[in-house]
Design a protein around this ligand. Structure first.
Ligand code: SF4
Length: 351
C-alpha cells in the first residue's frame, strides 16, 4: 500500500506517514458570525470532526479567527481565495493551517508573500486545486478541467513553494467527476511525497453526494492514497462527518463508532423493522465504542447475523430474541425489544 512519506502537523493533529486518516469538514456559516460558527464547529467536534475549515472571505472573517480558535479544540484551517492579504491576516491569527487555491490567488509574488509569512509562523499550507477554478492559462491549454490539467495546476503551484524552500505542504486536487479526481490523485501520489487531502468536490445532496464521495474516496483510500478526507455535501456539515466516518469504518480504517447491521426485510418479516432499525441507529449515535449491532427481520438469517455481531436482535411475530457476544440472552415482546437491547448493551460494555 502506498503511503505518504512526509508528515505535517496541523495543530495537535499529525497527518502523513503512518498517522490515521483524519476527518475534515467545513463550516457553512458566515465566519464573522463567531457565535454561529463556533456552535457549528462544536456540533462537528461532537460527531468526530478532527479539523475544521472556515471560509475567510473578507477582513471581518479574518478578524474573527482568533476568537473562534480560542473557543474550539480541533485545529482551525482558514480557506482563502483571491485576496492573498487575507491569508496573511489568517496567519497573524495563528490558525493551524491555511488553504489557498493557486487558481484564484493570482500573481506569483502574492503566493511568495504568503509562503514567507507561513514560514515565519511555522504554519502548513494546503495547495488546494479545484476543477472549477483552474488558472485561465491551464484551462486554455487543456480546454477542460481534465486530470492532467488539475495535476499541472498543482505542479506549477508546487514549483513556487519548492523554489522558496517551503515544504510544510498538503496538496488537494478535487474534481466534481469521480474518476477524473481518482486519476488526478493517483498521478499526484506517484509524483509527490506530500500528504494529500482528498475529496470529491461539489458532490451534491446527501444521498447522491454521499455515494459519489464513498466511491471516489474508497478507491483512493484502498490504494493507500489520502491522509485527510472531506465528504462535501450540500447539507448540514454534521452529515459530512458522519459519512466520512462511515466510509473509513466500511474500509476497516477506523474502529471507533458503533456499526449497525440491519437486514433489507422481505416477505418473511413480521415487524416494522425499518422503524426499529432507525430507533436503534439514533440511540447508537450516543455511543462512542466500536461495536457491531445487528437488527434482523426474521429467524432465517437473523440469529446467525445477530450472533456474529456484538449485540443483536432477531425478530419474529410480536417477539424477538436478543443476542450478546454470540449468545442468546432473552426473548422479549416486540414493544420492549429496543429498550431491552440497550439494557443488554449497557450491561456488557466495559464502562
Ligand atoms: Fe428477509 Fe429474514 Fe433475511 Fe430479513 S433476515 S431479509 S426478513 S429472510
Amino acid at each position: 500500500m502506498r503511503k505518504t512519506k512526509k508528515v505535517v502537523r496541523i495543530g495537535g493533529v499529525q497527518i502523513g506517514g503512518n498517522s490515521p486518516i483524519a476527518v475534515q469538514s467545513m463550516t457553512k456559516t458566515k465566519t464573522k458570525d463567531i457565535t454561529k460558527t463556533v456552535n457549528q464547529i462544536k456540533r462537528l467536534e461532537r460527531v468526530g470532526c478532527e479539523m475544521v475549515r472556515v471560509a475567510v472571505v473578507n477582513k471581518d472573517d479574518a478578524a474573527a479567527l482568533s476568537r473562534i480558535k480560542q473557543a474550539i479544540t480541533i485545529p482551525l484551517i482558514a480557506d482563502i481565495h483571491f485576496d492573498y492579504r487575507l491569508a496573511l491576516k489568517s496567519l497573524d491569527a495563528q490558525v493551524d493551517k491555511i488553504r489557498i487555491n493557486p487558481g484564484t490567488i493570482g500573481e506569483v509574488w502574492k503566493v511568495r508573500e504568503v509562503i514567507k509569512k507561513a514560514q515565519d509562523c511555522g504554519t502548513p499550507i494546503r495547495i488546494g486545486v479545484n476543477s472549477g477554478s483552474l488558472p485561465p492559462h491551464i484551462l486554455k491549454r487543456h480546454k477542460h478541467p481534465t486530470p492532467t490539467a488539475i495535476v499541472e495546476t498543482a505542479r506549477e503551484a508546487l514549483a513556487i513553494f519548492q523554489k522558496n524552500a517551503f515544504d510544510n505542504i498538503v496538496i488537494s486536487a478535487k474534481g466534481a467527476d469521480v474518476m477524473d479526481t481518482v486519476s488526478a490523485y493517483r498521478i499526484l501520489s506517484e509524483e509527490f511525497d506530500y500528504p494529500l487531502h482528498i475529496g470529491i468536490t461539489e458532490a451534491g445532496l446527501p444521498f447522491r453526494g454521499g455515494i459519489k464521495s464513498a466511491v471516489g474516496l474508497s478507491i483512493l483510500l484502498h490504494e493507500g492514497i489520502g491522509d485527510t478526507i472531506r465528504v462535501s455535501l450540500t447539507s448540514d456539515p454534521v452529515m459530512e462527518v458522519v459519512a466520512a466516518h462511515e466510509i473509513l469504518s466500511s474500509l476497516g480504517l477506523r474502529r471507533q463508532n458503533p456499526i449497525l447491521i440491519s437486514c433489507p426485510t422481505c416477505g418473511r418479516c413480521e415487524v416494522n423493522l425499518e422503524k426499529i432499525a432507525r430507533v436503534v441507529d439514533k440511540r447508537l449515535s450516543q455511543y462512542k465504542d466500536y461495536m457491531k449491532v445487528a437488527v434482523m427481520g426474521c429467524v432465517v438469517n437473523g440469529p446467525g447475523e445477530a450472533r456474529e455481531a456484538d449485540f443483536g436482535i432477531a425478530c419474529g411475530k410480536k417477539v424477538g430474541v436478543i443476542f450478546a457476544k454470540g449468545k442468546e440472552i432473552k426473548r422479549v415482546r416486540e414493544a420492549r425489544l429496543v429498550d431491552e437491547l440497550f439494557e443488554v448493551i449497557d450491561e456488557n460494555l466495559d464502562h
